[in-house]
Design a protein around this ligand. Structure first.
Ligand SMILES: *Cc1c(COP(=O)(O)O)cnc(C)c1O
Length: 393
């Protein structure tokens, strides 16, 4: 199943195929809730865990298993569990590691719903948290308590594309006896491998680049066999955040083209960053991969590629940002990212609308700030659309 002798792009297409007796070329879609047994003894053995095979699709399904194994293989993890959404993956990964009385340290620059899990949901069950500026190693160090169980971070972060030094944070966590959980959505498994940098758990919203064509929601939690068995396995089986076989099949097809798409989108995003850099209507541009990125040195060490996203601040605040968005003809206004279609969002009035103006300012999300997810269109068309819209700012 695991064909490590092949290069990553090959494994994205060929690894972990569970072929049926028909010898199909493409991964089969097993739309089944359950499985039949040859006889009573086999049913008994399977429930005892003594005979390999599937029992019920909440626990496991061949199509879902192919997706989990291919993801684990590509990520360099020993095991994985697929979930219905990215948020189910984040919730599972964090809930699975803590008990009442425990503490989490988390970077402040988080996806809105992740912030809800850390700040509102976990405290209901007696799990406290400390939010830190993820780029400041001293803040991670000083936030540690005797009951700290995991460090949670997103890097590059949404929407300001700030980058955290995973290896350095992992060292602090491990010295404190805590694990490291990384939401790796923005870098994709192609450009950053948190487990190789010392993380214990990686989560994805596969809704983003892994589907990459705007069709299905999904998520995945990855780690060592021991990590998955100790923290994730039972919670996943018994509480039911499982991914549907249909969505797993779409995600498998997404993985086949992931490397091609993400490379192309990254190249186009880098070209857009060059085209918009020093534009008279833009006061700030952030692109991981540019030498003027605040964490350029960490990016050089930690990431194998840049980003499919570009963030920039238009001069003239909200009105100017709205004029730019509304003047775009090809790039569409939408809060999704990693899609084949280029999408732009104004975080201050959408994804980060609910947090206070002070919290937005602390995160660097000004009223003129826009986040662009670069798609698979011809890069010149994307750039021409952006430049024409900026004229209207
Ligand atoms: C989208 C996203 C999520 C949540 O994923 P869903 O599939 O929408 O549930 C979590 N973290 C990050 C960084 C995301 O971009």
């Amino acid at each position: 199943m695991t064909q490590r002798k092949y290069r990553p792009e090959t494994r994205l297409v060929q690894s972990s195929i569970l072929r049926s007796q028909f010898g199909e070329t493409s991964e089969a879609l097993f739309l089944t809730q359950g499985y039949v047994y040859e006889n009573s003894a086999q049913a008994e053995a399977r429930f005892k865990g003594e005979s390999p095979g599937f029992q019920y699709s909440r626990f496991g399904n061949p199509t879902v298993r192919m997706f989990e194994q291919r993801m684990a293989d590509f990520e360099g993890a020993e095991d994985a569990r697929a979930t219905a959404t990215g948020m189910a993956a984040v919730t599972l990964a964090l809930m699975g590691q803590v008990r009442a009385g425990d503490h989490i340290v988390s970077s402040r620059a988080l996806f809105g719903s992740c912030l809800y899990v850390v700040e509102e949901l976990l405290p209901r069950f007696g799990v406290t948290s400390t939010l830190v500026d993820g780029t400041d190693l001293n803040q991670w160090k000083n936030a540690v308590r005797p009951n700290t169980k995991t460090f949670f971070m997103e890097t590059p972060s949404n929407p300001t594309l700030e980058v955290i030094d995973i290896a350095a944070v992992a060292k602090i966590a491990h010295e404190a006896g805590a694990t490291v959980t990384v939401d790796n959505v923005f870098s994709t498994p192609l450009w950053q491998s948190p487990l190789a940098l010392g993380a214990d758990c990686v989560v994805y919203s596969t809704t983003k680049h892994i589907d990459g064509q705007g069709r299905c929601l999904g998520g995945v939690v990855l780690g060592s066999n021991k990590f998955i068995q100790d923290n994730i396995h039972n919670l996943h089986r018994q509480t039911g955040p499982s991914m549907s076989p249909f969505n797993a099949w779409v995600m498998l097809k997404g993985l086949e083209t992931l490397a091609v798409r993400v490379r192309r989108q990254t190249d186009s995003a880098a070209a857009v960053a060059v085209a918009l850099h020093n534009h008279p209507k833009i006061s700030r541009l952030i692109y991981p991969g540019r030498p003027d990125h605040p964490q350029a040195e960490i990016i050089q060490r930690q990431m194998k590629g840049g980003s499919t996203l570009v963030a920039f601040e238009v001069k003239g605040g909200k009105d100017a940002a709205f004029r730019v968005q509304d003047a775009l003809q090809l790039v569409r206004i939408s809060n999704n990212l990693g899609d084949a279609k280029s999408l732009i969002t104004h975080p201050a009035t959408t994804t980060h609308q609910r947090i206070t103006p002070q919290a937005r300012a602390d995160l660097g999300i000004s009223d003129g700030f826009l986040r662009l997810s670069v798609g698979l269109e011809h890069p010149d068309d994307i750039m021409e659309d952006l430049l024409a819209a900026l004229d209207k700012a």
